[in-house]
Design a protein around this ligand. Structure first.
Ligand code: ZN
Length: 180
């Protein structure tokens, strides 16, 4: 072997796997930053029956989640607005895609399931309609960032519960209280 590359300490064997892991991480970072730069469904949703503010004081993320419910009790459209870190914005963007067209019950279940995945309580699997969600799997390693990823999902669930309880209007969800 040439040995002219001192940036690679082990010239043979295991570093191939290491490189693969690195490029996978890079791929996931790219997916997250793509959603951060061009979030889907970002903005106020006029006529939304569900409006929930959520905040994650640890990171400074603040989002408002909007949901429009159609006559059949399905989420016709979901949007979000606010400011947050890349993980928060990317996860919010993916959430709006994941729950669109779902019944309120399904969307609530998806919120619970996403939180359970992020807390490592169930195996991580991205829903078929939002394969990008897989990019958030690596966030589980950083427990302080998990709340960034779950904030808008928690906010949506809080808003759905309020809506189902007949209390239309603004609700608020605070991740610092909701997570142990
Ligand atoms: Zn954050």
């Amino acid at each position: 072997m040439g040995g002219d590359n001192d940036l690679v300490p082990n010239g043979s064997g295991a570093h191939g796997t290491y490189d693969e892991e690195q490029s996978l991480d890079q791929l996931y970072r790219d997916v997250i930053f793509e959603h951060y730069r061009r979030p889907h469904n970002k903005g106020i949703l006029p006529g939304a029956q569900i409006v929930t503010k959520g905040s994650n004081p640890v990171c400074g993320d603040r989002v408002t989640v909007y949901g429009k419910v159609d006559g059949g009790g399905r989420l016709e459209q979901v949007t979000f607005d606010g400011k947050g870190c890349a993980i928060c914005i990317a996860s919010s963007s993916m959430m709006t895609e994941a729950v669109r067209g779902k019944s309120l019950e399904e969307a609530s279940r998806m919120s619970d399931h996403f939180k359970a995945m992020m807390r490592n309580e169930v195996p991580f699997e991205a829903p078929p309609q939002v394969p990008d969600l897989e990019a958030l799997e690596g966030v589980r390693k950083f427990s302080v960032r998990v709340k960034c990823a779950t904030l808008s999902w928690t906010s949506l669930k809080t808003g759905i519960l309020q809506y189902q309880a007949g209390k239309r209007g603004e609700a608020s969800a605070d991740e610092s209280c909701a997570v142990e």
